[in-house]
Design a protein around this ligand. Structure first.
Ligand SMILES: [Zn+2]
Length: 169
């Protein structure tokens, strides 16, 4: 092997602040990072896969759901994870994008609410002593999913982060 890049990474063992399941869509990677920081999550075991919570709620095959559950199991076992964030996002291509909902953002959000609650229930059934938090990531922020209620934005506008003049959080 030949060294081609130098960078000092932390070498200590760690307890994960959370395991985070989210889509690999690059458009939401920054808001997810900002949101985790706002939540006080510095050490996250990131499980980044196409569709995020969809892999648990409505997997494309038998393999997918088991694989993700195993990843969560490993995070709990290896890094003592007690908190699991499950996310999905608006205009996700694995759902056919916003176009699949004919551009109706409310219909899309309502569909994702169901998906996220199903993913949460699956994790709660499989793992004891963990807190599972479902979130829907939109292009204007992150929304917390509550049972039986519409989505609630997690932060007020005045608390939002900005970067490059663009509102992100
Ligand atoms: Zn996606």
């Amino acid at each position: 092997m030949r060294k081609i890049f130098h960078f000092d990474s932390p070498t200590g063992l760690y307890v994960a602040d959370a395991a985070v399941l989210c889509c690999f869509d690059h458009r939401i990677s920054l808001v997810v990072r900002k949101f985790l920081k706002r939540q006080g999550i510095e050490r996250a075991d990131m499980i980044v896969v196409a569709g995020g919570a969809k892999t648990l709620a409505s997997p494309r095959n038998d393999f997918e759901q088991d694989f993700i559950l195993e990843q969560v199991r490993m995070s709990i076992r290896l890094h003592g994870t007690k908190r699991i964030l499950v996310t999905s996002h608006s205009d996700c291509a694995t759902y056919g994008g916003l176009a699949h909902f004919k551009g109706d953002r409310d219909a899309e959000a309502e569909h994702h609410r169901g998906e996220l609650l199903r993913a949460r229930d699956l994790l709660t059934e499989n793992f004891l002593n963990v807190v599972v938090e479902p979130y829907f990531v939109k292009f204007d922020g992150v929304w917390q999913v509550n049972q039986g209620e519409r989505l609630q934005q997690t932060q007020r506008d005045e608390e939002s982060d900005t970067a490059g003049g663009r509102k992100l959080a």
